[in-house]
Design a protein around this ligand. Sequence first.
Ligand code: AMP
Length: 397
Amino acid sequence: MSYNKKTIEDIDVKGKRVLVRCDFNVPLKDGVITDENRLNGALPTIKYLTEKGGKVILCSHLGKAKGPDPKLTLAPVAKRLSELLGKEVVFAADDTVVGENAKKAVENLKEGEVVLLENTRYRKEEGKNEENFSKELASLADVYVNDAFGTAHRAHCSTVGVTQFVKTAVCGYLIQKELKFLGEAVENPVRPFVAILGGAKVSDKINVINNLLEKVDTLIIGGGMAYTFLKGQGYTIGKSLVEEDKVEYAKEMLEKAKAKGVKLLLPIDNVVGAEFSADTKPVTTDDANIPEGYMGLDIGPKTSGEYAAAVKEAKTVIWNGPMGVFEFENFAKGTIAVAKAMSEADATTVIGGGDSAAAVNQLGFGDKMTHISTGGGASLEFLEGKELPGIAALNDK
Ligand code: AMP
């Protein structure tokens, strides 16, 4: 899927009311924000719009609210954003999101000032993309900006519905950046192009595997999903994670890779344990086979070496999903080896969101990657080649 969407730099926002859909879905503990990445990620767009004289109205969802829920109010976000921006962010505390507080705050907005609406999921219509709430949101604004890549794969009122009731709908810097790096990697990669897929399940990544086999030179598979592939090849897998109903599919993918001339790499050795626990004794197998009573919890050292070598030869690398149970120190080596190889490669390196982004940051390689996507589900759907409704709904250039 390639997009050519208008951005905030293509429009004039001076004196206009600009509704910006952000991704302020931050982790909270006792009302305190424990990770500010998403707030920092939103700043460039907000700063640009205020500097250009826009009257900025921010909105976002937070958590899985199914109606008003004081634990999921965006009030702490307004407070922290005010500090980060160095200017007041007025919080419109309406349980109906677009209520009297919001309307009054928007009416009073002057150029360069900022208002934040309450959690859009306080309205049950949000997740169903119902027209009434979309119209209410649109009534506050002259222009709509979507900068929430993390929810771009969902058709909600604040991501899709609202665009039908405003004349201008464009993307912000964050979405523009995601489209540039994910889009260029998938549609126009400098070759060799290597994709690394891991994580728990084949079933979560079926369409990603299928789509990437059309595009890559090498597909590397690790993590829990590798054992379904190994089983398909006739190896013993002990009590490793396996999806019996996907073994046939795994075989088909191996066939497809062969037919397309894509190198598909599977583990040639494993680090196994008797139990799924951090304390289980790590044992390295000689080859891909896993003995009875053991489960594969990481790729082995020979595999790590082979995968790292393939990564270092690449000019474009995309990675989604850890190579093992990286949360357990004894089984993190494979994931670390791949992250390290990517950080040293002379290549464009792109990390899909979710667990791989967490792993890369946690292991200290975050600032060595070209791009770490901010959207787990959205980046996976992008890699599947699916249209992202929140982006498709924006104005074309
Ligand atoms: P995903 O969300 O599909 O990317 O999966 C990430 C999760 O897969 C992490 O929590 C890993 O601990 C887990 N995982 C990776 N390798 C294995 C494995 N060999 N067995 C069980 N779980 C694994």
